[in-house]
Design a protein around this ligand. Sequence first.
Ligand code: ZN
Length: 305
Amino acid sequence: MPTEVPGIHHVTAIGSDPKRNLEFYTETLGLRLVKRSVNQDDISVYHLFYGDYGGSPGTSMTFFPYVDARPGRVGRGQVTTTQFLIPGGAVDYWLDRLDDAGVETETDERFGDTVIGFADPGGLPLELVARADAPACDPPSGPVPKAHAIRGFFGVSLTLATTGATKTLLKMMGFQPSDSDHDRQRFEADGDLGYVVDLLEDPQAPRGQPGAGTVHHVAFQVTEAEQEAWRDILIEQGLRPTEIIDRKWFKSVYARTSGGVLFEFATEEPGYTVDEELDALGEKLVLPEWLETEREEIEAGLPEL
Ligand code: ZN
């Protein structure tokens, strides 16, 4: 068996207006734009990556922001909530900050943690989970003071008709059952960011439909040496993983899990500094070499940011 997965590598979602997306994640949430590229499967659309200062695995939220995107429906067979981790003392700060930004919030207690729920401008459901054991972080110097800054991911919630096969896979990956209540089963890995997957079993939930405000996939961290072994495990589980795909900043294997959620197994290496200096991350449009010859056309086809 390969080494257990420490947690989430990144979450990729579908957004709408790229400018509003950029403003919200950098100015309101205080993340850094660490990579500005294009969707490798649709070069008329940006691929924007946000994260901590270096875009470390476990902090990286990425978007395909389609101008005039049709709204999707958050529902069964999807990641239905993306959760960020904030320090235990930062709840009031974030409630004020989101209120000042005109973002409606809902506060809840879950397994002993305060959870602030809200949606991004594209309608994507997000939560801030406050915990005293939130690790130290390396945020960009920006609008949010370091003491209150988002540390990275806490986890994701998946809404599924039945949870059996997903549970089996999560346990093999290193996510073990921890808490549960009547509608939520929590699985935790051993890392310090993105270490939670909550399963919400709800056969009556409407089926999710892709579009703005929905998560496209969740990626988990693996090492390059073990990526092939993870691919074999997915095959043994009856899934049909892709080949290993070179995404330039990491290598990826994707598999649609039996509950309908698209999982990715992404390498920690080489990371976002492979093609830009750390201090210059996100400043320019970067393209993988195989798209460089089309740069002029690609730039002309992209909206202003
Ligand atoms: Zn991905």
